[in-house]
Write a protein that binds this ligand. Structure first.
Ligand code: NDP
Length: 289
């Protein structure tokens, strides 16, 4: 099966690497050097132009937002063929993805939203979790491609459901980052050794992925790698607030989290790492890690 992969960013580059082992893969990236490096490193073929990707049976996109995905759809529109499958692994917007799917239907091209979770480490290990929205038949068709980079695959519902659950789960994580950071700042001020504090928290009720995996490396070891841009996390939270509003959910905590993240992006810049939110919360309290 001929597959095209569009968007070789922090996630896409390693995901496409796994795909290249199993599929005849053409890759495209806005910054062309990256696609050429991918071809050298993984044996994929770097497309000379984006339109070349439209010749594939399956097209995979993983771009910052649904806006860039729509731009790609427009760019290849005239070359699309009936029977193709579009797998959008972007953490996108369910409203946009339903509109995109309807548009593609005019060309008899199927669409599934298949956002992923597991971070850059999961992407490098080919051990992501994919949450797919779409018809049962299209989700089945997507499995041989998605399973190249995802160990767990959930068919979560209709088109847009994958995007919805992805941004909601990332918003739950955001609230956890804020509340864990607030609590740890208080313990730090009291004179706790944070290593001991985190060890204790991780043995009891406050334990989470944030306290076990994400915060210790940053606040104990002072390593602040950029693996997921703060602005992309903030985008997820914005989409989640739209979903909560559409469903008439009273969500004061999420609204506050959204405001804090928007302020953090203004303060730290779009390319800061998402866990630098802990730095923002410390600075709000005239403190630092
Ligand atoms: P990156 O910023 O690392 O990569 C973005 C990719 O999109 C790059 O290939 C970039 O090309 C391309 N791109 C950006 N703007 C445009 C544009 N206007 N037109 C065409 N291509 C463009 O992002 P990530 O890989 O981190 O994230 C991608 C998606 O995956 C996002 O939706 C994110 O929320 C989600 N995600 C990220 C995770 C993570 O841990 N990083 C985890 C799970 C999901 P170029 O090289 O030219 O800049």
């Amino acid at each position: 099966m001929k597959t095209a992969f569009i968007g070789l960013g922090a996630m896409g580059y390693p995901m496409a690497g796994h795909l290249a082992r199993e599929h005849e893969l053409v890759v495209w990236n806005r910054t062309a050097d990256v696609a050429e490096r991918h071809a050298r490193e993984h044996g994929s073929h770097a497309a000379a132009a984006l339109e070349e990707c439209a010749a594939a049976d399956v097209i995979v996109t993983i771009l910052p937002t649904s806006r860039e995905v729509d731009w790609v759809v427009d760019s290849v529109w005239n070359r699309l063929r009936p029977g193709q499958l579009w797998i959008d692994a972007t953490s996108g917007d369910p409203v946009s993805s339903r509109a995109t799917a309807n548009r593609l239907k005019e060309r008899s091209v199927a669409f599934v939203d298949a956002p992923v979770s597991g971070g850059t480490t999961g992407a490098e290990q080919g051990a992501l979790t994919a949450m797919i929205g779409g018809s049962a038949e299209d989700v089945e068709r997507s499995r041989p491609v998605v399973s190249a980079f995802a160990k767990k695959i959930f068919h979560v519902g209709d088109i847009g459901f994958g995007h919805a659950i992805k941004v909601i789960t990332n918003t739950m994580m955001a609230a956890n980052i804020v509340s864990a950071t607030e609590g740890l700042l208080a313990l730090k001020k009291m004179g706790f050794d944070l290593r001991v504090a985190l060890e204790a928290v991780n043995a009891v009720s406050g334990r989470s992925n944030v306290t076990e995996n994400l915060l210790p490396r940053r606040i104990l070891d002072n390593e602040w790698p950029v693996t997921f841009k703060l602005s992309l996390h903030e985008k997820d939270i914005r989409i989640a607030t739209d979903i909560l509003a559409q469903q008439h959910i009273l969500a004061p905590v999420t609204m506050l989290v959204a405001q804090l993240y928007a302020a953090a992006v203004d303060e730290l810049g779009p390319d800061a790492d998402y866990i630098e939110m802990a730095k923002f919360m410390a600075a709000l309290n005239d403190d630092a890690w």
